[in-house]
Design a protein around this ligand. Structure first.
Ligand code: SF4
Length: 200
């Protein structure tokens, strides 16, 4: 799926990122994972960075965690093609899926900041601690703030558990679903009062 061409400035940014060699991850990556979804989406999901499958396929969230995310999106009545865009803090896979180094994050974040400006989402969902710390507060704890709405640059932002955490610990799923229900309510409030979800 490549709908970025519907947003020419986003497409230009993607082309720039695909050739990026600003940090050493460019030497070990297979592909840059820029992000995907509806290029003017009202909801932007932000994860940490590409893992093994994302690096191979060049698409975000396509491994087991991504499949779970797609199931959650579907239960909420959302899809990557219609109302959601998915991006990461880091566009290239860190070797062995280690956490991004501060220098890598600093060099890569301008891409994400431009994506936010160009997509212009009303709602941002931060998937996990790395996204939360990078965007909002390095001291923030995901267990404390998940499920809360924060205001950031005029946008409504909610941190939630990373889908990989839900796979590791099934007990988190109940709280996570409560968080996603709030996302559907917020979408109805800010974007589409008639938004349909079979489960919310
Ligand atoms: S991680 Fe970001 S800054 Fe580093 S090479 Fe990839 S796109 Fe460029």
């Amino acid at each position: 799926m490549d709908t970025d061409s519907l947003n020419p400035e986003l497409e230009a940014l993607k082309l720039q990122a695909l050739g990026c060699v600003k940090c050493d991850l460019s030497k070990s990556r297979t592909q840059v994972v820029f992000g995907e979804g509806y290029p003017y989406a009202d909801i932007l999901f932000i994860g940490e960075g590409p893992g093994y499958y994302e690096d191979v396929k060049g698409r975000p969230f396509v491994g087991r965690a991504g499949q779970l995310l797609d199931k959650i999106l579907s239960a909420c009545g959302f899809s990557r093609s219609e109302n959601v865009y998915i991006a990461n803090i880091l566009k290239c896979r860190p070797p062995g899926n280690r956490d991004p180094l501060p220098g890598e994050r600093e060099l890569c974040m301008p891409y994400l900041m431009q994506q936010i400006e160009l997509i212009n989402p009303k709602i941002i969902i931060l998937l996990g601690a790395v996204a939360l710390k990078a965007l909002i507060d390095p001291e923030a704890k995901i267990t404390k703030v998940r499920g809360s709405w924060l205001e950031w640059k005029g946008r409504q932002v909610m941190p939630v558990y990373h889908p990989a955490a839900l796979l590791r610990n099934q007990a988190l799923k109940r709280d996570a679903w409560e968080d996603y229900k709030k996302v559907v309510y917020k979408y109805r409030e800010l974007v589409d009062p008639d938004h349909h979800s079979a489960h919310v």
